[in-house]
Design a protein around this ligand. Structure first.
Ligand SMILES: C[S@@+](CC[C@H](N)C(=O)[O-])C[C@H]1O[C@@H](n2cnc3c(N)ncnc32)[C@H](O)[C@@H]1O
Length: 421
């Protein structure tokens, strides 16, 4: 950490893109559950008394009026809540210095009139807004030019898509969403994941050195195998194995019998090819199956099970039954390694805006992105004894920074083939 003139200490590690304005937005520190309950329960109660409706109408009024009140409460709070204990001094520049708005209907966003983030990204994707410089630098200064209030588009997405999908999570839904996303094209993913094709956080081993993406992903593969104490001859299952790199790595370097499972058809072909390319001694000892996790054959059991950022796709509703299934698939003395991306408990409105953005554009159907305490509670409820917990957010920052550089190098070729949106 080094002091600077912005009123806050910022980091200067070589391994990550150090945030110049680590601004903290408004969120749960100033949020009142009591106020929310008063609005959601109180307004229908007021209408009931005022119009002399019968008491039996109350549940209907809560659904009819309470839900819009719930949404309205978040919209108003996200618009007017002030950041809590925020010492970061932002540059205070005009919005025009960061972005160029080409659509006249958005002309009101000028000077210090910040643009809501959702309006920005939707119009940016539509080509109606340009960035005046490097995307990462502009996004680092986002609190200077954008506001984080809920808009109608995200509310509609939340009510009509996110909630039904979260409740449903059928095999068909998951298959459609996963294939539509991960089977877009291997070259699309190679453009930013690089040759390792690992679509989860890597691990930095030395913050003072700018390790390559390949180094930090190799560190991660090593660490996962170390954490599960992988030994020759064991049976390993990797649930949601992506392009199969962990399966191939484990089979080659630890001489284990490794099975990967993914829903992606192209991923499966790529992964089985990867096993061959890696020169696994006996080709019979590793394979990747195209299966829904619910259809993994229960016997014979596995000694070790890994699941790297797939459990988000399982969803909140099915999370506990997923963990019970994992427990059943594993020998009594087995070890389970779970890597999961979540939201912080000390939430900010910004987190929900990005959460809904992720659900729409990055990880459709991945609604089990919950705070750490929730995941641990679920694991313990399923009967797991939690041995070791690491929070690797800063390693993710290092990983995404490298994905970003790869993407910028390959952007033109990929947009030419796949289009801009
Ligand atoms: C974020 S990727 C992670 C891939 C891999 N673990 C890695 O580290 O690169 C999530 C993976 O979960 C898989 N997945 C999602 N839902 C699934 C389901 N219902 N059954 C099996 N695999 C699923 C996807 O196909 C994808 O391979």
């Amino acid at each position: 950490m080094s002091p600077d003139n912005k009123g806050i200490k910022v980091t200067n590690w070589a391994s990550i893109a150090n945030a110049p304005f680590p601004a903290e937005g408004a969120g749960n520190q100033t949020f009142s559950n009591l106020q929310l309950i008063s609005v959601v329960a109180g307004i229908p109660a007021f209408l009931l008394i005022y119009f002399h409706f019968g008491i039996w109408t109350y549940p209907f009024l809560v659904i009819l009026v309470g839900l819009p009140c719930f949404a309205g409460f978040f919209v108003i709070n996200s618009k007017f809540a002030t950041p809590w204990n925020n010492k970061v001094q932002l540059p205070n520049r005009k919005i025009e210095e960061y972005i160029t708005i080409k659509d006249p209907t958005l002309a009101g966003y000028q000077g210090r009139n910040k643009i809501p983030m959702e309006i920005f990204f939707e119009n940016y994707f539509d080509g109606k807004i340009d960035l005046n410089g490097d995307a990462l630098e502009i996004m680092e200064a986002r609190h200077d030019w954008a506001s984080f209030e809920f808009g109608l588009g995200q509310l509609k997405f939340f009510l009509t898509q996110w909630i039904p999908e979260t409740i449903w999570h059928s095999k068909k839904q998951d298959e459609d969403q996963v294939r539509d996303h991960y089977d877009r094209g291997d070259d699309f993913y190679e453009a930013f994941l690089g040759p390792r094709m690992v679509y989860t956080s890597g691990i930095v081993s030395d913050p003072a050195r700018c390790e390559t993406l390949e180094e930090i992903q190799d560190n991660k593969l090593r660490l996962v195998c170390e954490k599960i104490h992988l030994k020759k001859g064991e049976r390993l299952l990797d649930i949601g194995c992506g392009w199969g790199t962990l399966v191939a790595h484990a089979a080659k370097n630890f001489d284990v019998d490794a099975t990967g499972v993914t829903l992606g058809i192209k991923q499966t072909a790529y992964a089985n090819n990867r096993i061959k390319e890696y020169g696994v001694k006996n080709p019979e000892q590793a394979r990747v199956l195209c299966l829904d996790y619910r259809d993994i054959p229960a016997r014979p059991k596995f000694n070790k099970i890994t699941c790297l950022e797939m459990a988000e796709h399982v969803g909140v509703r099915l999370f506990q039954s997923f963990l019970l299934q994992v427990k059943d698939l594993m020998e009594d003395d087995g070890l389970f390694f779970l890597q999961i991306a979540g939201l912080r408990r000390t939430w900010q409105y910004e987190d929900f805006i990005w959460g809904l953005f992720m659900a729409k554009y990055i990880f459709p159907g991945a609604d089990a992105s919950c705070p750490l305490y929730w995941v641990i509670n679920q694991l313990e409820t399923a009967g797991f004894e939690v041995q070791d917990v690491d929070t690797i957010g800063v390693h993710y920052s290092a990983t995404i920074w490298r994905w970003y550089h790869n993407w910028m190098k390959n952007r033109d070729t990929i947009t030419e083939k796949y289009g801009k949106r």
